[in-house]
Ligand binder design. Structure first.
Ligand SMILES: CC(C)(COP(=O)(O)OP(=O)(O)OC[C@H]1O[C@@H](n2cnc3c(N)ncnc32)[C@H](O)[C@@H]1OP(=O)(O)O)[C@@H](O)C(=O)NCCC(=O)NCCS
Length: 199
């Protein structure tokens, strides 16, 4: 089931056919924008922080989090899969490293993460603050990304390293077909009630 209409009104903006499931943990929704067709699954954690913009048809899967007190820009058609951590800000090693400590003992740093359109992060990968994941780039399951990832590049491992190139042409062809009306985007489909009840 979904968040109530009352809760959805607390977001900064909400597009058409947006799905935010009931058990998603959403903090500071007034800092979060959700574009058409965005889907936020149960048991994910979204923190509005200093601003969180979520693009068209972005899927944020169960057990993934966008958190840390900074900001993030998630482009259209981005996939954020199960258990992913987008860490937008962090405690620093020169100070006490717990948010429960008094403020004068801490020195948290707020950063900014960008996931450009069509990029993808595999299960349980970690993206550190101030990283840009380029257009169409793929972060493998379990990777820890410490440096920017160039567009249409595949990275894996800890720390993440380039292992290949993702071809751009098939995605461009799919999008061209969509523009010609040869298929409908997923967010125009209705989800049958019995499927929602299974979640
Ligand atoms: C990165 C990824 C897309 C690569 O897919 P691919 O191009 O089909 O690559 P392959 O499966 O052919 O593997 C290529 C090599 O990378 C290695 N590899 C694949 N995924 C890896 C990962 N996550 N970490 C480390 N190595 C990995 C393979 O062992 C293989 O090594 P080899 O050449 O020595 O045998 C895929 O492995 C991945 O991690 N996908 C994420 C899946 C996911 O989390 N899905 C969430 C639900 S949608």
């Amino acid at each position: 089931m979904y968040k109530s209409a009352e809760f959805m009104q607390r977001f900064k903006s909400v597009g058409q056919k947006v799905q935010v499931f009931e058990h998603a943990l959403v903090l500071k929704p007034e800092m979060i924008s959700l574009a058409d067709g965005a889907r936020i699954d149960d048991y994910s954690r979204l923190e509005g922080g200093k601003g969180l913009n979520i693009g068209k048809c972005v899927h944020i899967c169960t057990f993934s989090s966008i958190y840390g007190g900074g900001s993030a820009e998630i482009g259209d058609y981005v996939g954020i899969t199960q258990g992913v951590r987008l860490i937008t800000g962090t405690e620093q090693i020169d100070s006490v490293m717990t948010a429960a400590a008094p403020p004068h003992l801490r020195n948290p740093r707020a950063g900014h993460i960008v996931m450009e359109p069509h990029s993808f992060v595999g299960a349980n990968a970690v993206i550190l603050p101030d990283i840009v994941i380029g257009e169409g780039a793929v972060v493998s399951a379990g990777a820890v990304v410490t440096k920017n990832v160039p567009p249409w590049t595949i990275v894996f491992g800890v720390p993440a390293r380039k292992i290949g190139i993702r071809p751009k042409q098939p995605i461009e062809e799919l999008l061209a077909q969509a523009e010609l009306g040869q298929f409908q985007p997923v967010f125009q489909m209705e989800i049958p009630n019995q499927i929602l009840e299974m979640r």
